[in-house]
Design a protein around this ligand. Structure first.
Ligand SMILES: CC(C)(COP(=O)(O)OP(=O)(O)OC[C@H]1O[C@@H](n2cnc3c(N)ncnc32)[C@H](O)[C@@H]1OP(=O)(O)O)[C@@H](O)C(=O)NCCC(=O)NCCS
Length: 207
């Protein structure tokens, strides 16, 4: 099972006015407009292609469904999407979905922000762009009064989120059409990062 993660108001790297990392002085993060939906859907597809395990037919079917789904939520404020622009090109994006939640003793909020579809063009990775997208949307959620953010991390994203204060949680699942996505060691500055608490299933697959 891939780790689900949550963050209680990440404090690291969310300071306003921080200088952008070198080479990113011209990076701009802007909300997605209606005419940019195609770019957002394309990034989402590229994210699943990078993660692997889906056929072109799976992705072809998913694209228009996702487009309708995200368009509706962007229109009614249940989601926010941001594109990262550098030198006139949209090189990354991310979405935060304010999904329904249950009341708890610790909170009466009936929505919880869920960070998803974080993607950066391969040519621009390792420069802090996903970090900036994540910080931006977590800050948006905090501005809207939400103290925590959830997400489901791919093997590529774990180190980015962990560095920002996201922690692994104890979500579980049973049955359903979901399947374990292909796993593989993620790279962290020249060393192999196996991820927190990954275990082998009885059939020997990493989950
Ligand atoms: C996961 C993903 C979004 C990360 O994007 P990214 O822009 O490369 O992420 P960042 O640059 O913020 O962080 C990645 C690495 O760059 C390093 N980095 C951050 N700022 C940096 C900077 N200014 N200069 C150099 N390196 C930097 C980070 O320390 C991090 O290193 P680590 O992974 O070894 O810890 C990208 O790999 C991707 O799109 N993958 C495919 C889709 C996917 O899996 N999305 C996540 C879904 S949960």
């Amino acid at each position: 099972m891939l780790p689900r993660m949550s963050a209680e108001a990440p404090k690291k790297r969310l300071r306003p006015g921080r200088r952008p990392p070198s080479g990113l002085a011209h990076l701009r993060l802007r909300p997605v407009t209606g005419s940019e939906l195609g770019t957002l859907v394309g990034h989402r597809r590229a994210m699943f292609e990078a993660i692997g395990g889906f056929s072109a037919e799976d992705l072809d079917r998913a694209d228009p469904r996702y487009r309708r789904w995200v368009r509706g939520r962007l229109a009614n404020g249940r989601a926010e999407a941001v594109l990262a622009w550098l030198d006139g090109a949209a090189i990354g994006s991310a979405v935060i979905w304010y999904r329904e939640d249950q009341p708890r003793p610790s909170s009466s909020a009936l929505r919880v922000p869920y960070l998803m579809s974080v993607y950066v063009d391969p040519a621009y990775r390792g420069r802090g762009i996903a970090t900036r997208l994540t910080e931006f949307l977590v800050a948006r959620a905090r501005t809207r009064g939400f103290p925590r953010v959830l997400l489901h991390a791919s093997r590529f994203g774990r180190s980015v989120y962990a560095r920002l204060g996201f922690e692994r949680t104890w979500e579980m699942r049973w049955g359903g059409p979901y399947r374990s996505l292909p796993e593989g060691p993620e790279r962290r500055r020249g060393r192999t990062f196996q991820g927190p608490g990954r275990r082998r299933s009885p059939r020997g697959r990493l989950r």
